[in-house]
Design a protein around this ligand. Structure first.
Ligand code: FAD
Length: 425
C-alpha cells in the first residue's frame, strides 16, 4: 500500500467527470490508506446550467457499474436502441437513410445510453463523498517540485525523476505535499500550461449549439445523425418524449442563430429537425460550444498526469470525448493500483510512463478518426457527397463490419482497461 505519512498521495485538480471518477476508482481500489483530494472551485455547480447530455458508451457504463455509480442514475438514462445516419441539405424534402445500426453489443446490452450531464456528475460527487474522497471547493493555483522550492529552475528545465513530492497550492491555502497531481481541469487546463506542456491542434471554425427539446411522438430510443453541409445535426433520445440536440454550424452562423428571438430560433430548429417526431413542444435553454481539436504533446510531467479534456479535445461528431477521458481514468487508476500493490509510489516516472504508453497512441487514433469524419461530412462538395453515400451504403450492407463499428464505438475494442470491462481493480 502507498504510505500516506504526512503528505497526500493524490491531488486531483478538477471535479468534472474525469477527476471525480478517478478519485472514486483510487479510493475503491486502494482503500482508506490512500488519501485523495479533489479540488474544484465549481464543485457541485459546474453542470447545473449545462443542458448537455452525453452518450455513455457500453464500456463507460460498465465502469460506472463497477464503481457503484450507474445504479443511482440508471432511471435517468435512456438506452440508444438504434441509430440512423442521413446525408442531405437543410431544405431537402426527403432525407434518405444511408446507414442504420441496431444498437446492442451483447444481447440486452445497448451500445450506449444518453444521460444529462448534471445527473451523472451529481451521482459521482455523492459516491466520491461516500468513499471518503476529500472534496474541496477551491482551485489549484500553482505547484512546484520539492527541488524547485530550493532553486530557480523553470518547470521544463528541472532534473527529471528525482522529486519525492510536489507542493501544490490551493486558492484557499497550501502548500500540500503530494505524490501525484492529476490535471483533470478541462480543455483550458491551467495545470497543463503551468507544466509547460504544449498541445497540437486546431479550431474547426464551428460551434455546437446544444439544447433539449420536447416533442409530440415517442423517439423509441432512436438516435438520428443528419449530416448537413455545415456539420452534423444530432437528435439524441432522452428519457420521456425529449431529445438532446447537438447542432453544428460555422461559428458566425451559430452566433447569428444564438442571437435569434425564441420564435425564429424555433423555426430554424424545426427546419432541421423535421416532423418525424411530430411538433417540437418545448425548447430548453441554448448554449453554443466552440469546437476544436488537440492532443497534448505529453500526458505527463514530473509527478503529474493529464486526463480527460486536459489531455485531449475532440469534435463531438461521434460523442466520444468524455468516453475517451474515462478510458484515461480507467488506465491511470489501473497502473496506480497495480504499482501500489507492489509497494511502488503512484507518482513514479515508470508508473506514469506506463499510463502514457497505454493512452497516447489510442487517443491520437480516435482524435484523427473524428477529425476525418468531420472533414468528410461538413462539406458541400457534391462529388464527395456521392462517394461518402456509397461508402455508408456499403458499410450498411456488411453485417460484420457494422458489428465491428458498434463494438469500436462502444469502447470494447483494443487493450481495454479492467474497469471498462466492468471488473473492479
Ligand atoms: C456539444 C458537446 C457535446 C458532447 N457530447 C459528448 C457525448 O455525447 N459523449 C461524450 O463522451 N463526450 C461528449 N462531449 C465531450 C465531454 O463533454 C467532455 O469530454 C467532458 O465534459 C470532459 O470532462 P472533463 O472532466 O475532462 O473536463 P470538464 O468537464 O471540463 O471538467 C473540468 C473541471 O475542472 C475544473 N477546473 C478548471 N480549472 C481548475 C483548477 N485550476 N483547479 C481545480 N479545478 C479546475 C472546472 O471547474 C471543471 O469542473 C461533448 C462535448 C461537447 C462540447
Amino acid at each position: 500500500m502507498i504510505r500516506g505519512d504526512s503528505q497526500l498521495d493524490v491531488v486531483v485538480a478538477g471535479g468534472g467527470f474525469a477527476g471525480l471518477t478517478l478519485a472514486i476508482a483510487l479510493r475503491q481500489g486502494l482503500g482508506p490508506s490512500v488519501s485523495v483530494i479533489v479540488a474544484d472551485p465549481m464543485l457541485g455547480r459546474s453542470y447545473v446550467d449545462d443542458e448537455r447530455a452525453s452518450a455513455i458508451v457500453a464500456a463507460a457504463r460498465r465502469l460506472f457499474e463497477a464503481l457503484g455509480v450507474w445504479q443511482s442514475v440508471a432511471a435517468e438514462a435512456q438506452p440508444i436502441l438504434d441509430m440512423v445516419v442521413t446525408d442531405s441539405r437543410v431544405d431537402d424534402a426527403v432525407r434518405p437513410v444511408f446507414l442504420t445500426f441496431a444498437g446492442e453489443v451483447e444481447p440486452g446490452e445497448p451500445f450506449a445510453h444518453m444521460i444529462e450531464n448534471r445527473h451523472l456528475v451529481a451521482a459521482l460527487e455523492a459516491k466520491a463523498r461516500e468513499v471518503g474522497v476529500d472534496l474541496r471547493a477551491t482551485a489549484v493555483t500553482r505547484f512546484s517540485t520539492d527541488q524547485a522550492a530550493n532553486s530557480d529552475h523553470p518547470p521544463g528545465a528541472m532534473p527529471k525523476g528525482s522529486a519525492q513530492h510536489l507542493n501544490v497550492e490551493l486558492a484557499d491555502g497550501g502548500p500540500i505535499a503530494t505524490r501525484l497531481l492529476v490535471a483533470a481541469d478541462g480543455a483550458r487546463s491551467s495545470i497543463r500550461e503551468l507544466a509547460g506542456i504544449a498541445v497540437h491542434g486546431w479550431d474547426y471554425g464551428q460551434s455546437a449549439i446544444v439544447t433539449n427539446v420536447g416533442h409530440e411522438r415517442d423517439h423509441e430510443g432512436r438516435a438520428v445523425e443528419h449530416f448537413l453541409p455545415a456539420g452534423p445535426f444530432a437528435i439524441l433520445p432522452l428519457k420521456g418524449r425529449r431529445s438532446s440536440i447537438v447542432w453544428t454550424e460555422r461559428t458566425a452562423d451559430a452566433e447569428r442563430i444564438m442571437a435569434l428571438p425564441d420564435d425564429s430560433f424555433h423555426a430554424e430548429l424545426e427546419q432541421r429537425f423535421k416532423l418525424h417526431l411530430g411538433e417540437i413542444t418545448t425548447v430548453g435553454a441554448r448554449r453554443a460550444h466552440p469546437l476544436g481539436f488537440f492532443v497534448a504533446r505529453s500526458f505527463l510531467a514530473e509527478r503529474l498526469a493529464l486526463v480527460g479534456d486536459a489531455a485531449h479535445l475532440i469534435h463531438p461528431i461521434a460523442g466520444q470525448g468524455l468516453n475517451m477521458g474515462l478510458r484515461d481514468v480507467a488506465a491511470l487508476a489501473e497502473v496506480i493500483v497495480d504499482a501500489a500493490r507492489l509497494g511502488l509510489d503512484p507518482g513514479a516516472e515508470t508508473v506514469l510512463e506506463r499510463y502514457q504508453r497505454w493512452r497516447r497512441f489510442d487517443t491520437m487514433a480516435m482524435g484523427l478518426a473524428t477529425d476525418g469524419l468531420n472533414r468528410l461530412f461538413s462539406n458541400r462538395s457534391t462529388g464527395l457527397r456521392f462517394m461518402r453515400d456509397i461508402g455508408l451504403g456499403l458499410v450498411d450492407r456488411v453485417p460484420n463490419l457494422k458489428r465491428l463499428f458498434i463494438r469500436e464505438a462502444a469502447g470494447l475494442v483494443g487493450d481495454v482497461p479492467k474497469l471498462l470491462r466492468g471488473k473492479s481493480l
